[in-house]
Design a protein around this ligand. Sequence first.
Ligand code: IVH
Length: 705
Amino acid sequence: MTERPVEALTQAEAREELARLAEALTAANVAYHTLDAPRISDAEYDALKVRNLAIEARFPTLKRADSPSEQVGGGLAEGFGKVAHSVRMLSLENAFADTEVREFDDRVRKYLGIPSSIAYTAEPKIDGLSLSLRYEDGVLVMAATRGDGEIGENVTENARTISDIPARLTGAPAVLEVRGEVHMAHSDFAALNDRQTATGERPFANPRNAAAGSLRQLDPAITARRPLRFFAYAWGAVSEPLATTQLDAIARLSVLGFRTNPLTVLCDGPDQMLAHYRAIEAQRATLGYDIDGVVYKVNALDLQARLGLRSTTPRWALAHKFPAELAWTRLEAIDIQVGRTGALSPVARLTPVTVGGVVVSNATLHNEDYIAGRDAKGLPIRGGKDIRVGDWVQVYRAGDVIPKIADVDLVRRPDGAQPFRFPEICPQCHSPALREEGDAVRRCSGGLICPAQAMERLKHFVSRGAFDIEGLGAKQIELFYNDPILPVKMPADIFTLAARDASNPLQKLKNRDGFGDRSVSNLFAAIEARRQIRLDRLIFALGIRHVGEVASGLLARHYGTWATFEAGVTNATPGSAEWDDLTAIDGVGTVLATSLVEAFQNPAERAAIDALVAHLTVEPVANRGPVDSPLAGKTVVFTGTLERMTRAEAKARAEALGAKVAGSVSAKTDLLVAGPGAGSKAKEAARLGVMTIDEDAWLALVGVA
Ligand code: IVH
């Protein structure tokens, strides 16, 4: 079922929905924090919270005494004290393909300016939960879970019951924080679950959940009876360096009495790293504990220090995960979401199923042809099997990307299941949803009158490469869009927020839940700072279809100023001198030009653009300079089926952005775009270490939404 817009809810419906949301969020919290068995994804959880907030903002009097907006989310279980980590506990950047490992090595060496090969450690990625152990003068004084990376839970008494964790160390630095993974061996897990079942208790879904549930017992006596194990693989605060290399540091931890992983080796560059990955993968089933990939770390600690950290991950490490896992489940419904450019995207709502340790309840269905079992050329995919509500479908996940559907089981298709009828009107604004010749995507024709498109446009407007307004992200846009007091329905409204708030003496933003004096003044200052914006960012921020970051840069460099750009595009009807000037830009084809010109000639779009620009000072962009396209001078090969663009269009686009398109993969190939059914070319590319991306990544690269 598609959610009703918050503005359309009656008071009675809002009350009912707030009750439903309170229940759903409480259940999700209990599943996540108390049972260690998450039932919905983080994104779904966030979506519920946002909707709850939006309804409360519109009906403040209906806010419940047990409102979920009053409860702290976070990763902390009740009952444990909180511990601030003296050195943040990081997570790792993920990779799946061999090419990504080579890119990681390239990136590291480029960053350091080292052309020759450098050494990395490679070791299993243990599928448990991380723990930080603080020793002072050789005595264990604190054990803390990761929590949100900054603040964790104090589980010291529980950690003391784990036999792999020494209570005392001899010869250790005065301060030493050892970090590693708490996990449970397969045999111990099976025995524990037998006991759970025998005593009428709920068995654990997998060893990881069992380990987490056992470590986070409020009664350490229970933890003591659970067979937990610990591998040390890193460290936090240390009063003196442990060693000069990663490998020696781990050896030192081993000497101090910690269990370290025997499959940790030193590799001289990506070939050896990939070879060790394959070796570990081959032993995976017989290790006796769960691993989900291989972690590579730059060996020299001085190089690690130079590489430093991004916001949550170190630049010097990479987690190379094992391939996607598969699971069968039932397709309960197909919902249609409406995106920024009006694209109607079908989403599969699934009976929740665990795929590779994560509960999946949604998957993408791409477009109507995909559901019908056809590709863009009308050729069969999945052997031509269509997807129907009620079907058993095979779901797969590769990393953090949206799960996809690989197959349908026709044998289990329920009697009477009907082929899915893709809507021909927009479910959000009821405008006709049209499919252009050669386009796999059906689009809502409502433009800015469609609330879904307007909201997605706003989210794009404030996003990273666009206006990038601190404190005004997608979540806040959803709140303001539906806000009865300070609505933001189009970009120009952002720049009147402060003035509108100032002229409303009764309901100040700073007095509202979730805001305060500081956050409101910071927000208004961040908006103020963006009144001055560079031309290319402004063009990109408008969110016009086909006008991605690369094209925006090309346009800005060609026209130089907003006035020239605006005049050029406004007058560019096909056949005019302005049209010729626009389409002569290297990298601007007729598809892009048409979309741009149409946007500027559409009265509603134009009014929104003019209203916005009235608030801005647009910085000009220098006219000359090299073509700044990620594809300039690159050789690209396409293989497999492209579902959303014909081969010809893909080729034209690549060429327009300065790339050469070749028919076969060789050492000269820079990029392979591989759709489903890719065969020998993909293998050859993998062998040669050629970067390979899928169609979604390709579309993002060339700026097609
Ligand atoms: S190193 C600064 N090594 O994976 C790097 N992490 O996905 C800190 N993990 O939060 C982590 N095995 O809980 C490292 N051999 C290993 C690991 C490992 C499992 C976990 C760890 C981390 C998560 C990131």
